[in-house]
Ligand binder design. Structure first.
Ligand code: ADP
Length: 265
C-alpha cells in the first residue's frame, strides 16, 4: 500500500542518516586521533633540538668559565664545534616554528603572494651553495642542470621555500647518493625538478604525501612534522601550478614543480 511505501521510504531515509552519522562519527574520531598524534609528534620534534641545545650551551659555558685556552688548541676547536651544533639546532627549531606558523597562515586563508620578475635558474644557482654544509654532512653531491633562463612572475620567498623543502627532503631521504636539480621553461610554464636516488616512496603511499601531518610509517626515524610537502602543495596551488612525484622504493624520488610564467587570473 501507499502507507507501506511511505514507511519504507522513511526507514530508508533514517538508515541513510544513521549511516551518514556513523561516517561523520568515524571521521571526527579520526580527526581527534590525528590531532593527538600530531601534538605528540610536534612536542617530541621541538624537544629534541631544545635538549641538545641546552646541553651544548651548558658545556660551552663550562668551557668558557674554565682557564682561557689559546686559539687553535683542542679546547677552542671543541668550542667552535659546539657553536656550530648550536647553530644547526637553532635553525632546526626555527624551521619547525616557521612550518607551524605557515600552517596557521594557510588554514586561516592568509597566504599572500607577492610578485616580481624572477629567473628560476638564477634563483636556484644562488640558493644551492647555502646547502653546501648540509650536503657535505650527508656525503652527497649535487648537480644542477639549468641550461637557460626560466623567467616568470612569482613570489621570491615562497619559490625559495618550495625549493628549500624539496632539497632538504632529497638530502634527508637521499641516503648520501647524488642529487640532481634541473630547471627549465617553455612558453607558458617553468619547472623545477629535484631528483634523489634514496629511499623512495611506494606507489600506494604517494597520494598521501601531500596530506597534512603525513609521515610515512617507514620513515619515522628521520624526524619531521609531516607538514613540509603539504605547505609546498598549498603554495604551488596558490600560484596556479602543480607538483608531481615519480618514485619507487629503493630507487629514489623525483619531485617536479610546474609554475605558470604569468600569474593566474
Ligand atoms: P617531513 O617534515 O616529515 O619530511 P614532508 O611533508 O616534507 O614532511 O614529507 C612527508 C613524508 O613524505 C616524509 O615523512 C617522508 O615519508 C616522505 N618523503 C618526502 N620527501 C621524500 C623523498 N625525497 N624521498 C622519500 N620520501 C620522502
Amino acid at each position: 500500500t501507499q502507507a507501506d511505501v511511505r514507511l519504507a521510504e522513511d526507514l530508508a531515509r533514517r538508515a541513510a542518516t544513521s549511516l551518514d552519522n556513523g561516517r561523520l562519527y568515524t571521521e571526527a574520531q579520526e580527526a581527534v586521533r590525528a590531532r593527538d598524534s600530531f601534538l605528540s609528534v610536534a612536542s617530541h620534534e621541538l624537544n629534541t633540538p631544545l635538549t641538545s641545545l641546552t646541553l651544548n650551551v651548558q658545556a660551552l659555558r663550562r668551557q668558557l668559565e674554565s682557564p682561557r685556552a689559546s686559539p687553535g688548541d683542542v679546547a677552542s676547536e671543541s668550542v667552535s664545534n659546539k657553536v656550530m651544533a648550536v647553530q644547526r639546532q637553532l635553525s632546526r627549531l626555527s624551521s619547525l616554528v616557521r612550518e607551524l606558523l605557515d600552517v596557521s597562515r594557510i588554514t586561516a586563508g592568509k597566504l599572500r603572494l607577492e610578485r616580481e620578475e624572477l629567473d628560476l635558474a638564477a634563483l636556484t644557482r644562488e640558493l644551492v651553495p647555502r646547502y653546501a654544509e648540509e650536503l657535505s654532512r650527508a656525503g652527497c653531491l649535487l648537480r644542477l642542470e639549468a641550461p637557460g633562463p626560466a623567467t616568470g612572475s612569482w613570489d621570491r620567498l615562497r619559490v625559495e621555500q618550495v625549493l628549500q623543502n624539496l632539497l632538504s627532503n632529497a638530502i634527508k631521504y637521499g641516503r648520501g647518493h647524488p642529487i640532481e636539480v634541473s630547471v627549465g621553461a617553455d612558453a607558458e610554464r617553468a619547472w623545477l625538478s629535484v631528483r634523489d636516488e634514496g629511499v623512495g616512496i611506494a606507489l600506494e603511499a604517494q597520494p598521501r604525501l601531500f596530506h597534512r601531518f603525513e609521515r610515512l610509517a617507514s620513515e619515522r626515524h628521520y624526524g619531521g612534522l609531516g607538514l613540509g610537502l603539504w605547505i609546498v602543495r598549498q603554495i604551488v596551488d596558490a600560484m596556479g601550478g602543480r607538483i608531481l612525484v615519480r618514485s619507487a622504493p629503493g630507487q629514489g624520488s623525483t619531485f617536479t614543480v610546474e609554475l605558470p610564467r604569468l600569474p593566474p587570473e
